[in-house]
Design a protein around this ligand. Structure first.
Ligand code: GLV
Ligand code: MN
Ligand code: MN
Length: 420
């Protein structure tokens, strides 16, 4: 007998339980930190893989440690719908960013089976391991591998402990020589769907649990290295110093000013700084910092990057410092697929209430997936827009509504495929 359909409240409570369990897989006891190819990442693959297998999905790990769980089509083998997000986190993260998209996919597939519904396509759930780019400076590397746009030079980057990405992959049991084999065949794919918390305040402001994403802000991520001269904090007079840190501090205020002056939702952030040699009684001789610049259109981002570079070089020269930039990521603004936006929209509308569409300021695996596959995203309301913070929270009922919307989106696509 077919078990009864779960209500959004039940789906949400179940999603929350799984997310609470997943949050226990952490590299830092007492807070959620799960970086790519870490022991906590391995534990999360075991846990999520178990959830997939319990629900009848066949699992495997690809060459870059993306966990893939597949449910075959009912009836003749056809194309497949990809559903995904990431299970890595930032440092001291919340429980929802990325993880909810994977959990939502698993619960939606389970719900389809519980309701005795058939799908004319396979569903493949992708739990990506490297969206955030915290351990290595190559965010979206695992979804890039799925689209055949992996850049081999990423493999030589080192983490803080000096381990290269290639070494970390091998130690994890993966085969970096086979990254090309992780690419998914374009012909066989209907599209890629990603459910994600909004991580911003708009849906809450509108009083809506769900919204459909129109586009994802383009982003550039760079490393900046400022070089000066290390010296004794007690003997080098103030007017003879070439202090790399105070140089960076002035550059940081300039980055903030340029960010504030920009158009198109421009944002500019320095989120990571390492001061060398890093002793309280030594004038800093070198500073390594990150730079993250995003906007909803490409032009304001590129103009801001030019200005930042120009001003930073001017400040460095005035202070007797040098500055070097290394570009790690440059992803243009990414529109979401219209047809899949419509499918998500019909599903949301069928749940009642208003339908609103909104752009994403955060980056997502959907940006990489959209290079090759029709891709779309559904956002779920975030409490106070807080994310990349342990206070990140979404009402479990909203989580349940998102799972229900994903079920309905799959049925909508099934209808279209059946008719195709
Ligand atoms: C990912 O969370 C990003 O937007 O950086
Ligand atoms: Mn994130
Ligand atoms: Mn995310």
């Amino acid at each position: 007998m077919t078990p009864p359909a779960r209500s959004p409240a039940d789906l949400g409570a179940l999603a929350q339980r799984l997310l609470d369990d997943l949050a226990l897989a952490t590299d830092e006891p007492g807070r959620v930190t799960r970086t790519y190819l870490s022991p906590a990442h391995a534990r999360s693959i075991e846990l999520v893989g178990g959830w997939m297998r319990e629900r009848g999905l066949a699992t495997r790990l690809d060459a870059v440690a993306t966990l893939r769980g597949r449910r075959e089509a009912d009836g003749p083998a056809g194309r497949s719908v990809l559903i995904g997000s990431h299970i890595d986190t930032v440092v001291d993260a919340g429980k929802l960013d990325g993880c909810f998209g994977v959990v939502a996919g698993i619960l939606a597939v389970e719900e389809i089976a519980r309701r005795g519904l058939n799908l004319p396509f396979a569903v493949e759930i992708l739990a990506f391991g490297d969206e955030e780019g915290v351990r290595f400076p190559s965010p979206l590397s695992s979804s890039s591998a799925a689209t055949g746009t992996y850049r081999r030079e990423w493999l030589t980057a080192r983490d803080r402990g000096g381990v290269t990405l290639e070494e970390a992959l091998r130690a994890f049991g993966c085969d970096p020589d086979a990254v090309e084999a992780a690419a998914i065949d374009l012909e066989g794919v209907v599209g890629y769907l990603e459910v994600h918390i909004e991580q911003g305040p708009r849906l809450e402001h509108w009083g809506l649990p769900l919204g459909v994403v129109t586009s994802i802000a383009g982003q550039t991520r760079m490393g900046m290295t400022v070089e000066g001269m290390a010296g004794h904090a007690g003997t080098v007079p103030m007017d003879l110093r070439r202090d790399a840190f105070t140089g960076l501090a002035e550059i940081a205020l300039t980055v903030e000013r340029i960010g504030r002056q920009g158009t198109g939702d421009l944002v500019a952030t320095i989120g990571k700084v390492a001061v060398r040699p890093g002793a309280g009684n030594t004038v800093p001789g070198r500073v390594e910092a990150s730079l993250d610049v995003r906007a909803s259109a490409d032009a304001p981002r590129l103009v801001a990057l030019d200005r930042i570079r120009h001003e930073a070089e001017r400040i460095a020269a005035r202070r007797g410092l040098t500055i070097a930039f290394e570009r790690h990521v440059d992803v243009p603004t990414c529109p979401m697929d219209e047809r899949l936006q419509e499918a998500f929209s019909r599903a949301v509308a069928s749940l009642g209430g208003d339908l609103r569409r909104l752009p994403s300021g955060a980056g997502h695996d959907a940006m990489a997936m959209a290079r090759r596959f029709p891709s779309a995203m559904l956002f779920v309301r975030s409490k106070a827009g807080i994310s990349h913070n342990p206070l990140e929270w979404t009402d479990p009922l909203d989580l349940g509504l998102a799972v229900e919307a994903l079920v309905r989106t799959l049925l909508d696509l099934a209808d279209a495929e059946g008719r195709a």
